[in-house]
Design a protein around this ligand. Structure first.
Ligand SMILES: *Cc1c(COP(=O)(O)O)cnc(C)c1O
Length: 451
């Protein structure tokens, strides 16, 4: 039997991030200033982001060096292991080989510190004292809280209310690192107060929480805003996942036929898939599959249009697959996948046919999550369980076709904070709300018109 884990040494942590913008056959449409509808200029972003991150956002350099201070912190948990899912393969009776890159070994339990650490570093370097952010399921807020602590920054986290109520220990976790956690919508900001006036019981959404965090940063000169996904620089930082995975697969003399990751805003998908797409642009055959919930099917059911990244319309206009910036997805347990849009880079690649997307309901996803926990031992985050389910479906297809496909998926985080979700599944209380034609009609109404 071949190895169960492929491990890299510390000195094999990548020294540079991979920037897919250098290799895309066509660049994505530029973000637009929401007032002038002209491409944004660096000044448009200077109120909320530091210069280095603004530069990375638009960079066409293929490799961007990882600062030594960031590598020092990456070393606490990177390189992350690549596992071979022998026991899952046996349970599925599949000839496929299933590998997974496990990002749950980070202090936050997910891939998110890969960018949180980099963002805190560049903000500190720019003289910023405090970072504001939103968090859905709590993973991003946790990652940024830790990163801010490492670099001596204060941290204010607007947490989507449904998650705040479902996951009280997430709040405690962030507070351990010194963050201030506020349930969103809140009365602290104009954006929050407006939502509360119309919907006092609003479960909140990532879009609303982003509006609150951006407003807070814009109004305070020594504070910047930090986003956990979607933006080009976030996807860039996550490329360490795929770069390591490529080196690990190479050690086993393998190359994946298909790479799979769940898709919320696109960062863990991009992190794993983009370094493999670099090869695909040069003719290599590899499929990349983004997996989303049927309750928030941004790629599979959204439209490729210019829209806002947040509910209140404070961000630039971004051309992306969107369900409408004021679409509030049903309160499914994979809180990190409840975002109305998709990263501009992922959207462009999907539109141009370089990647695929699939959507699954939460009952089938949790079924695969339990199978995975019971065979491989790791309790997955509900978000990551979407990737597991897609890998299970792929392995079944390989069995039908009698093919030894090599499947690689991203296990983006563990589910130790998600036991309420598992309780609901075990007690048969999961809803299987999907995106209805009525929701679709409603969500389209407020997408702005761009000529
Ligand atoms: C945040 C999160 C996601 C979804 O976000 P992406 O930006 O799409 O990666 C997926 N899995 C885990 C564990 C997360 O914390």
């Amino acid at each position: 039997m071949s190895e169960a884990k492929i491990i890299l040494e510390e000195k094999e942590i990548p020294r540079a991030w991979y920037n897919i913008q250098a290799d895309m056959p066509e660049p994505p449409s530029p973000p637009l200033n929401s007032v002038t509808q002209q491409p944004t200029v660096p000044d448009d972003l200077a109120a909320i982001f530091p210069p280095d991150l603004i530069a990375q956002e638009a960079s066409r350099e293929r490799w961007i060096e990882i600062p030594g201070e960031v590598l020092e912190i990456y070393r606490l948990w990177r390189p992350t292991p690549l596992h071979r899912a022998h026991r899952l393969e046996q349970a599925l009776q599949t000839p496929a080989q299933i590998y997974y890159k496990y990002e749950g070994v980070s202090p936050a339990g997910s891939h998110k510190p890969n960018t949180a650490v980099a963002q805190a570093y560049y903000n500190k370097k720019a003289g910023i004292k405090r970072l504001t952010t939103e968090t859905g399921a709590g993973q991003w807020g946790s990652a940024l809280s830790i990163a801010c602590r490492f670099f001596g920054l204060e941290c204010t986290v607007y947490m989507v209310r449904v998650s705040y109520n479902q996951k009280p220990y997430r709040r405690s976790f962030m507070e351990v690192y010194g963050a201030q956690v506020i349930p969103s919508p809140s009365a602290e900001t104009a954006a929050g107060r407006k939502v509360l006036a119309d919907h006092p019981d609003s479960p909140g959404s990532l879009g609303i929480a982003i509006s609150e965090a951006v407003e807070d940063a814009v109004q305070h000169g020594d504070a910047n805003y930090s986003l956990g996904s979607v933006l080009n620089h976030v996807l860039l930082h996550q490329s360490v996942i795929g770069l390591e995975a490529k080196a690990q697969m190479a050690k086993a003399d393998l190359y994946p036929d298909v790479v799979i990751a769940c898709h919320g805003g696109g960062s863990n998908f991009a992190g794993l898939a983009f370094p493999f797409l670099q090869d695909k642009f040069q003719g290599k055959e590899v499929r990349a599959v983004a997996v989303e919930p049927t309750a928030c099917p941004t790629l599979t059911r959204g439209q490729y249009l210019y829209d806002f990244g947040d509910t209140a319309g404070l961000t630039p206009l971004i051309r992306m697959y969107t369900l409408g910036h004021d679409f509030i997805p049903p309160g499914i347990h994979a809180g990190g996948l409840r975002y109305h849009g998709a990263a501009s880079l992922v959207s462009k690649l999907y539109h141009d046919g370089y990647i695929e997307a699939q959507a699954y309901g939460q009952t089938e996803v949790f079924q695969s999550a339990l199978l995975f926990a019971q065979t491989e031992g790791i309790l997955p985050a509900p978000e990551a369980a979407h990737a597991i389910h897609a890998a299970v479906v792929e392995a079944a297809a390989a069995r039908e076709a009698g093919e030894k496909r090599v499947i690689l998926f991203n296990l983006s985080g563990h589910g130790h904070f998600d036991l309420t979700a598992y309780d609901d599944y075990l007690e048969n209380k999961l809803n299987n709300i999907t995106f209805s034609p009525e929701m679709q009609a409603e969500s389209k109404k407020t997408i702005p018109k761009v000529e």
